[in-house]
Design a protein around this ligand. Structure first.
Ligand SMILES: [Zn+2]
Length: 461
């Protein structure tokens, strides 16, 4: 399927449209044929019944940053988005579970939502047998898109905040749903306008007879500020509650019965669902280390440890300076019961941990604990070489003169690889200082200039 030239060109067309559209999704011909067949069967056999049993669909989340790993969608956001998604889908009988750990990808082009990159590279990251959702950062004007050719969903981070419905809308596309204003996209006139009386509902718009006529292909607040007229001149306003319309996120609250039946059948045809997932709200783990009495610990390589919660899929760990949870210093999903983290400065930090299952991330955190850090000269480790300090020759030989010169007043500590202090001295600006190291090995040179500490490595052979 991927190799067909037709699809490639339709993707190029999409790339052009993508600049101006909220959601440039175009369902594939196969999907539209499948949907048409389903809709005609509703007329012949009635709406298929909904099973009392919930169907669980595996979802794989990918968080994309730029080449430097900047711009990631946060774990706190993804946990909330996943919780919102399951709430939105609950009436459909479909629920999602995390198929796997959350992946991180550093790629400028994918981060920018570049269509070519999505087409050629997203498949490299895909997990087969799951719904693959990529969160990306900037670039294109669109908020979300489903690409049928590669079968992936891309959602822009800024479009999936609290109570946002972009992800729900895109997964509707994933399971074959068109827009309620299908045919009107990009300001086109479909010719065949859906009538308000439902007389042409199978052959116009989205083909669903329980979604109202809708001609609005731009974002709109509810109710629509102007009035539409159908071909019989009947004035009306479209239904803002449907996820597959372009009404604002806060207006949307539902899929229609026919839409939900279509999605259920589409899930079964994909053969990826299961009948079980762990939806339990787990108790909070007991925090073990550092203890709340821990004071003045080094902010580097702090080992956080908590008690195992049986059945936990992962642990959501947050650290916030002064306990302000709106500004997190650390926000990660950890698949073990400890995490080694680097903080900074001499501060009071609060930390808390939530155990999640693979299908339930909505629960709250347990009680937070606190610890205080104290930064010492050797405490702050930066791997970047100090630009204002020159050490040469490097590497050097045992007992060879090592030259130190700095542009600013510096306090120097030389430590061996085990952290033992070997030399410490003050370096006057632009004054050469010489010494020799008589043991071979790797040394770390800590240089403090004003309040900045940096580390250089010196190798002695
Ligand atoms: Zn859409």
């Amino acid at each position: 399927m991927k190799s067909t030239i037709t699809l490639f060109f339709s993707l190029l067309a999409l790339l052009v449209k993508a600049q101006t559209t909220f959601c440039p999704t175009e369902l594939s011909a196969d999907q539209l044929r499948w949907l048409r067949q389903f809709q005609l069967q509703i007329d012949q056999n009635g709406l298929p019944g909904k099973s009392a049993v919930i169907t669980y669909v595996p979802v794989k989340f990918h968080i994309i940053g730029n080449n430097d790993g900047v711009g990631y969608y946060s774990i706190t956001s993804i946990m909330r988005a996943f919780c919102d998604l399951n709430e939105d889908f609950l009436p459909s009988g479909l629920q999602f579970y995390l198929a796997d750990s959350i992946s991180y990808i550093n790629d400028n082009d994918l981060y920018a939502g570049n269509s070519d990159a999505i087409w050629f590279r997203s498949e490299d990251y895909k997990k087969e047998g799951a719904v693959n959702v990529f969160f990306h950062g900037a670039g294109m004007q669109w908020c979300g898109v489903y690409f049928p050719g590669v079968d992936v969903v891309f959602v822009k981070n800024s479009c999936q905040g609290s109570n946002a419905t972009t992800l729900t809308h895109e997964l509707g596309h994933f399971f074959s749903l068109p827009h309620t204003f299908s045919g009107w996209e990009n300001g086109n006139d479909p010719g065949n306008w859906e009538r308000l009386d439902g007389s042409n509902c199978r052959n116009a718009g989205d083909g669903f007879c329980d979604t109202k006529a809708d001609y609005v292909s731009q974002r709109w607040g509810c109710p629509l500020a102007w009035t539409l007229k159908d071909p019989t001149n009947t004035p009306f306003k479209p239904d803002s509650s449907i996820y597959m319309s372009y009404s604002s996120d806060q207006c949307q609250s539902r899929f229609s019965e026919e839409q939900m039946a279509a999605m259920r059948l589409n899930v079964f045809s994909r053969n990826i669902s299961t009948l079980t997932a762990d939806v339990r709200a787990l108790p909070s783990p007991t925090l073990l280390q550092p203890s709340s009495l821990a004071k003045d610990i080094s902010p580097n390589a702090i080992n956080l440890v908590w008690q195992k919660v049986p059945g936990a899929f992962a642990y959501h760990v947050q650290i916030a300076r002064f306990g302000d949870w709106n500004y997190l210093n650390y926000d990660a999903l950890v698949y073990d019961t400890s995490a080694l983290i680097d903080l900074f400065g001499s501060w009071k930090y609060a930390w808390r941990v939530k155990a999640i299952t693979n299908a339930y991330t909505c629960g709250g955190f347990g009680l937070a604990d606190t610890f205080t850090t104290k930064e010492t000269l050797t405490g702050l480790v930066q791997t970047e070489t100090q630009k204002n300090l020159s050490i040469y020759p490097n590497p050097s030989d045992r007992n060879q003169q090592l030259n130190f010169i700095a542009s600013e007043m510096s306090e120097i500590e030389i430590r061996d690889i085990e952290g033992r202090l070997v030399h410490s001295f003050r370096l006057e600006p632009k004054r050469l200082l010489q010494l020799s190291l008589n043991k071979a090995g790797l040394y770390l040179v800590y240089c403090k200039q004003l309040d900045k500490v940096s580390v250089s490595r010196v190798l002695v052979n």
